[in-house]
Design a binder for this molecule. Structure first.
Ligand SMILES: *Cc1c(COP(=O)(O)O)cnc(C)c1O
Length: 462
């Protein structure tokens, strides 16, 4: 049978989607009680995928069944309440449902001409985000795969603009012979910023590294003299401690000299949406560009980052592509603001999440993560753990006695399946990092988490 015959004679779309829906609903029902991380036995099922590339393709049903039987047991319980790894976040159900619909629409979100609905919702989200973060009205936003790409887009715009201010057009004359930009970053900026600087060709040895304090915040007094060739990298939410830089002081100095400040706020920028936590983001509106994720704190589905920049010309000049067949419309064309061309219509799930929560709901969601982090802080210190960081947002770092005990405790908890959290080193010592970032995490989850720590401590002390 030819592939054309196979596809034409396959079950109807409806039957295939129904099967996927049946599996998806069963998964969703079980999500609260599943292991936070797949057991060794579940991981053995992954062997089923180790096949050589086959000559004759499988049937649609066989494929869905393999994913259900061997794939689903090898997911982490991201949509449950006790996955505290990295800063992953959960997913608001309606936003997953909206993404489902959008997936069926199979839109290319690149242009107005390839998806009017995505272009429209990008405009709407751009304006709502400016409102939520109190950013200048001239700010434009681009919708990308995550904060790593958002950081890259922002730094490309920064480089274009800073060089332009120094009389150099990077699009025409490139980097060779260009005036030297000074990159100022503190030690505790995120790995994605360090990676972006390397991708852009600056090299780690050319960065002016500024010390950071015991919480991973920039030491403002250690800032060197600033001039108009400076690109300064700040952070809203350190991935270990959750700490925020002093944006107001640094931006005020930077703006005096026409320098560019970029804020990586992957999960932390959302503190601005919480009345209680807003004090942490004071001064963000003074920066030149910002990066934030939807898929972390806001709990949209995965693959959703946002770059925002107060200089539309810089963004568009740095990121615009030209080609005879690339017809820009009189409406918004999403690819003007991103490195990607073809892309997922991700504004659809972002709009759905923002519409569902509303300003009040976002405030409650973000504040709720903080409140539960504080509950963990107090509960865990009562069972004998050392709290390593100042818990100002959603991150809690703990240690138990020395490095060996901390690592043994971490291993016990990871293998328990009750919850999953990662390890790190802070200040040269082993620590366990807990990121409360799902709307799902409730009091019962917090209790279960504290209980498993208590059990783990008993085990370590055996
Ligand atoms: C997660 C994170 C990033 C990277 O974002 P992705 O969405 O994973 O690409 C960058 N900076 C910080 C502070 C982060 O927490």
């Amino acid at each position: 049978m030819s592939i054309h015959e196979k596809m034409r004679n396959d079950l109807s779309d409806k039957m295939i989607f129904e099967k996927a829906k049946e599996y998806a609903l069963a998964y969703s029902d079980a999500a609260d009680d599943m292991e936070a991380f797949p057991s060794k036995a579940s991981q053995l099922l992954l062997k089923h995928f180790e096949e050589p590339m086959i000559e004759e393709g499988k049937s649609s049903m066989e494929i869905l069944q393999m994913l259900n039987d061997y794939g689903a047991p090898n997911t982490v319980a991201q949509t449950g309440g006790r996955y505290y790894g990295f800063v992953n976040g959960g997913a608001v159900p309606v936003s997953l449902a909206a993404k489902w619909m959008a997936d069926v629409w199979d839109q290319n979100g690149g242009l107005y001409n390839t998806s009017p609905i995505n272009a429209k919702l990008e405009s709407v989200c751009e304006s709502w985000l400016k409102d939520i973060f109190d950013l200048p009205k001239e700010t434009v936003a681009g919708f990308v795969s995550g904060t790593s790409t958002a950081n890259l887009c922002a730094l490309l715009a920064a480089r274009y603009q800073l060089l332009k201010n120094l009389g150099w057009d990077i699009n025409l004359d490139g980097l060779y012979g260009a005036p030297k930009l000074r990159i100022l970053a503190h030690r505790e900026v995120h790995a994605s910023i360090k990676k972006t600087l390397v991708i852009l060709g600056y090299g780690k040895n050319n960065i002016e590294w500024i010390p950071s304090d015991d919480q991973g915040r920039i030491v403002v007094d250690a800032l060197p003299e600033i001039d108009s060739s400076c690109l300064i990298l700040l952070q809203a939410g350190n991935a270990n401690t959750g700490a925020f830089d002093d944006f107001k002081t640094v931006c005020t100095i930077a703006n005096k000299y026409n320098a560019w400040v970029h804020i990586d706020g992957a999960f932390g920028l959302w503190a601005h949406a919480s009345e209680k936590l807003k004090y942490l983001t004071q001064g963000i509106e003074l920066a030149s560009s910002w990066a934030v994720d939807g898929h972390k704190t806001l709990n949209t589905p995965y693959d959703l980052g946002i770059v925002m920049c107060r200089y539309p010309d810089a963004m568009i000049s740095a990121l615009q592509a030209t080609g005879a067949y690339l017809v820009y419309s009189e409406y918004r064309d999403p690819i003007l603001y991103t490195t990607e061309m073809s892309k997922r219509a991700r504004a659809i799930d972002l709009w759905s999440t923002l519409s569902y929560l509303g300003k009040k709901g976002i405030d409650e969601l973000v504040t709720g993560l903080y409140i539960r982090a504080k509950e963990l802080e107090s509960g865990l210190s009562k069972v004998g753990l050392t709290i390593v960081n100042d818990v100002v947002f959603n991150q809690v770092m703990v240690a138990y006695k020395g490095d060996a005990e901390t690592k043994a405790l971490l291993k016990y908890i990871q293998e328990s399946g009750v919850c999953w959290l990662g390890g790190t080193t802070w200040d040269g010592r082993a620590a366990i990092r807990i990121s409360v970032c799902s709307w799902k995490t409730n009091d019962e989850d917090i209790e279960k988490t504290i209980d498993v720590f208590r059990e783990g401590i008993a085990f370590v002390n055996l």
